[in-house]
Structures are given as structure tokens and as C-alpha cells.
Design a protein around this ligand. Sequence first.
Ligand code: ASP
Ligand code: MG
Length: 362
Amino acid sequence: MRISKVGGSLLTVGNVLNVIGRVVGRDYLGNKLVLVVSAMKGVTDQLIRAFDNHDPNALDNALSTYMSEALNLGLNDLASFLELAREELRRFINLGEPWVRDYVIIHGELLSTLLIERALNDLLGLRAKAVYEPGIVTDSNWGFASVNHELSSKYVIERVGGVLSKYDVVVVPGFLGVTSDGRYTSLGRGGSDYTASLLASYLGASRLTFYTDSGGILSGDPRIINDAVLLREVGYDEAYTASLLGAKKFHPRTFEPLLKSKVLTIITDPWREDGTYVVNNCITTPKLITLNEVGGAFRVSVVGCRISQVSHLRGEAYEIMASYDAKVINDDQHAVSALLNEWDDAVSLARDLHRWVRSWIA
Ligand code: ASP
Ligand code: MG
């Protein structure tokens, strides 16, 4: 059984059928497939704005994205349902309670699930079923809820596994959990990645594919490093450390459930054959650079499996950092980091370190 996660960056108006058709064409192969879906592009931001600013226009924008795509797909009967959803959410955005915020902002994923289930059945001729509440049980830390693995694995196997035995494709909304008293929670920004890896580990998937518009993990953020290259392979530890340090906007816990698993994980886009394979392997070379903001300062890191424990590699990184006014941090065995106060210095150090990283990539 495979799990494929479709990122919101790919789900744009006019393209949903194309993307889903391509993903199913690659991954269904007559086997069972679980599709974990994100909100369509921009929708979660709009829902957050709608709630935080009590802004009905932002809500209308979010809903009209789905309305347009439903009409594009000829699923005109969804219009009245979407209208009802809008009316309900309009009432909710005027409430101030924290649990309501989560309830509002996970609606992008719920609506993607609805739309994609219909597209799979009506337009692609598959036997597909949506499971809107897959059984990821969390605490009530609204906005960044923590998962109870013991309960969740039991419920996910029952609910998703149960439906999977009767259908070809099960569609599951990413990003959301539910408290033990039945209220929806959100797992934090980028949380659909985390949903997919939780499901892969609970259900024992043979393969987990993250479809995203960036096509894989790069050696650096292309917005600041213009010769960043796609990495063919990274280890789970490296992927985990990189996402903790903000790489590719993965949810920080994305790779946590996979660290000890046997799932083959691939990050790619629907049209390319290659991508980044995440493997159970530890090769101690510098792989990639991250740059993230921490408490008003900027942290630049070189990530590589156990890199901080190998003195000559650590030494080479320190040598590059030495020409900056930077405070060296050594708090993760898979990264060597520096903290800088100025953004421009941080960018410049990231570029210098990236040149060194590139010299290690064939
Ligand atoms: N839609 C959510 C977000 O934008 C979750 C996700 O896409 O992973 O953060
Ligand atoms: Mg994402």
C-alpha cells in the first residue's frame, strides 16, 4: 500500500484534475492508495486571515477557490454545499475561542478532500472514499497540537485501514487532528506532511511520496542561493534535522515517525521522474544549508549526518564561519550552526557555506 501526499502548491484553480490524475496514474497501479491532501494554494492563509481579522472577504476568497474548481470540473452540484459551508464559517469567524480558530482553518483540507473524492469517482472512474476524520488523536494545544500515537495508530488502522479494504483509493485531509472530546485541531503549518508520515508509519506503507512544486529537497533555499541543486538522496536523520531547521517549510515533525521505519520516502513533483529519496543511511558529508529566524536573530546551519562529530568537517565549517561576527552553536549532532544578528551577513555566510557543500555534491 502506498501513501501519496499532494501539496497545496500544486492544487491551483484549473489544475486539480490534472495533478490528481497524474499522481494516481503513478501510484495507484491496481494497488491500494491513500491520498493525503492539503488545502488548495493560498486557502489556509485566507482562512487564518478570515478568523484573525474577522474578515468575511478573506473567507469568500477561500471558498470561491473551491467554487471555481468545482465548476471547472463540472461538479456543479457542489455549489450549494459550498454555499452552506460559507454561511456556517461566516458565523464562526466572529467567535473568539481558540478551538474555533482550528475548526475554521482546517476547512481547506476538508474541502480538498470533498472535491478530490468526487473527481476520482466521477471523472477518473476509480472507487474512492473520503475519510474526513482519520483518527489522529491530539491534545488541545490549539494551532500546534501534539499527537497521541497509541490511540491514533489504533484509530487510523481501524478507520483508514477499514475503508481501504473496500475501496481503491482513500482520500484523507492532512493537517488536522481531533481531541478526545471530538473537536478538530490543527497540527501546525505544513501539517499535511506530518499527517502523511503518521499514516505511513501506522499503516506500514511500502512507499510514501510527497508531491510538491519544488520537486525535492535542495542543497539550499533557491530564494537566496541561486545555484542550489536537487539532492538525489538524504538520510532520515538529515531530513529530520533539516525540517526542524525550517528546510522547504516541512512541518518540523514530518520525518519523526519515519526515523525507525522501513518506508521508502520520495519527494518529487508529479511530472518528474527523479526527486529526493529519503533513505535509512548515514553518510557523513555536508548536504545542505538552512537559514531560519530565531528570536530576532538568524541561524545558518550546515546539515549532514553526524557532521558535528567529525572534527575535520566541523573544523572546515568553523573556518568559514570565523570570518563573520557569528556565534557558533553545536546543539544537534547532524548540524553545525552559527547565529548572526544581521540578515545580510546571514545570507552571505549561507552562500559561502553552500560553496563548500557544493564541493561535496557530485
Ligand atoms: N494547508 C496547511 C498549511 O498551509 C497544511 C499544509 O498544507 O500542509 O499550513
Ligand atoms: Mg507544505
